[in-house]
Ligand binder design. Sequence first.
Ligand SMILES: [Fe+2]
Length: 203
Amino acid sequence: MKGKDWLLTGDGQYQACKSVREWDLLRENYRLYRFLTEVEDILNSVDDEASRLPELQMLVRRLIVNSYWVRSQYLEPSPKTGTSVSLLYDELGFPLTVQTVTFAPGTRSTIHNHGTWGIVAVLKGQEKNTFWQRTHSPEFQDKIEQTGELTLFPGDIISFVPDAIHSVEAVGDEPTVTFNVYGETDPKERFEFDSVTDKARNF
Ligand SMILES: [Fe+2]
C-alpha cells in the first residue's frame, strides 16, 4: 500500500506531506484496537486536535499497511444510492468515527466540509477530489469557488482540517473504497454548499 500523503487546508489549498517509508510502518498484529488506543492517546494530549493531523495520518497509514482485516471491511455499493458505509467504530463518549465508504463508479458526493478533522485513505479504485474555498462575498456569505482537483489512488491518504471543503467522485470503472476517520463533528460547523445558489446548509 504505497501512496502519497496530502493535507487540505481551509483555504482550499492542498499540499503534499512527508511520508514515512512503508518499511518503517510494518508491525506485527497492528490491529484496529491498537490504532484506536494510539489515536486516543494523541487526542487526549492536545487541545487543538487538527494540529496533530500528520501523526494521526501516519497511524492511519500504519493501520492500512498492516491490517488486512481493515482493508477487507467494506460493502458493495447500494444499487439505489451508489454508496454504502460500513461503520467500524463509533462509541458514545469517544469522539471518533471509523468507517469504510464504497462509491459505485460515477457516484458523486455533495460539496461539504466535515465540521471536524478527517483523514481519508483510498483502499480501492480512484477518487477524484475537487477542492473549494469560501470567498465570503458581501452579497453571498456562503459563496464558494473551486481551488483545485486531485485524483487519489489506492494507498493515497488525505487529511482535512475542520473547515476544509471538498466534493468527491468515484472515477474509473471499479467501485471506490475509502477508509475514513473523523473527529467529533460540530453540527453547527458542518455544511453542504450549493455552488449554483451560493447557499450553505447544515447537514
Ligand atoms: Fe468528505
